[in-house]
Design a protein around this ligand. Structure first.
Ligand code: ATP
Ligand code: MG
Length: 271
């Protein structure tokens, strides 16, 4: 009954680069309400293959809800979201197949405390992708090396710094071979001196051509690494464009007010 919606995302053969027109992520008129609270009020934007898009905006503006709608951790109330050519808002979509193609990194790392770095990076490969142990270990060592943790494969989360734990979480997502990576304030739980290593890994991923949608308060990262910046406020996209425009020369007063709070935190109380 629904071969078109399920097919592209369910079929591994149709993957590499098979993103179709409109980009890897395409969001149209997305709405999300929690009870009477309309948190997303008609969001439109897209992320092209290889693009890095940073989403910025005040607390409560709906940034996390937006990311969660993109991998169906939240069910949108209205509108469409397409990921890699498949409409994930179709009720018949294979959600697990969608999620296998989307890597997600949260503020809290959510590592299994009883597993080593290697164990944390192999478990989903084994259970979800059904890779054998040797193959999963090989991939895990490779991605842990990419995030600078080749010497920490045997360490447990409690033996790692926050920045190292977050890099394990990034490696865990990369091990699944995602077509797109979503990051939700990946550095905001970290001590300031640990932020740089995580951002460095994200910069490298961006340079390697990974498609990335990143919610962040790190304006330096957005300025350098983003192809586009999306400023959200009150559940809508207020403005979007290259960082040289949105961050350096914003058009809208709301964007200017937000940026002045973020760039001069001492002058205000905004987180
Ligand atoms: N599961 C939920 N149930 C009810 N309300 C929710 C839920 N998730 C989010 N909200 C509400 O949606 C609004 C937007 O939340 P969201 O987490 O998307 O904001 P945000 O932009 O990510 O903020 P922050 O910068 O603080 O992370 C808030 O008013 C929040 O209380
Ligand atoms: Mg959030």
């Amino acid at each position: 009954m629904n071969e078109t919606a399920g097919a592209p995302i369910a079929s591994g053969a149709a993957s590499e680069g098979g993103t179709g027109p409109g980009g890897v992520i395409e969001i149209r008129d997305l709405h999300k309400s929690f009870g009477s609270n309309e948190v997303l009020r008609g969001i439109d934007f897209h992320v092209e293959a290889g693009e890095v898009v940073c989403v910025i905006g005040p607390s409560g503006s709906g940034k996390s809800t937006l990311l969660r709608c993109v991998n169906l951790l939240e069910q949108p109330s209205a509108g469409t979201v397409r990921v890699a050519g498949a409409e994930i808002t179709d009720p018949d979509v294979d959600i697990d197949a969608v999620r296998r193609r989307i890597g997600m990194v949260f503020q809290s790392f959510n590592l299994f405390p009883h597993l080593t770095a290697l164990g944390n990076v192999t478990i989903a490969q084994r259970k979800v992708l059904r890779r054998g142990k040797a193959e999963a270990d090989r991939v895990a060592r490779e991605v842990l090396g990419r995030v600078g943790l080749a010497d920490k494969v045997g360490s447990y989360p409690a033996q790692l710094s926050g920045g190292q734990q977050q890099r394990v979480a990034i490696a865990r997502a990369l091990a699944m071979g995602p077509e797109v990576m979503l990051f939700d304030e990946p550095t905001s739980a970290l001590d300031p001196e640990l932020v740089g290593d995580v951002l460095g890994v994200m910069r490298e991923l961006a340079e390697e051509g990974m498609t990335m949608l990143v919610v962040t308060h790190e304006m330096g990262f957005a300025r350098e690494a983003a192809d586009r910046v999306v400023f959200m406020d009150g559940g809508v996209v207020v403005e979007e464009g290259p960082p040289s425009q949105v961050i350096a020369d914003p058009r809208h007063e709301r964007t200017r007010a937000f940026l002045s709070r973020v760039l001069n935190p001492a002058a205000g109380t905004e987180s």
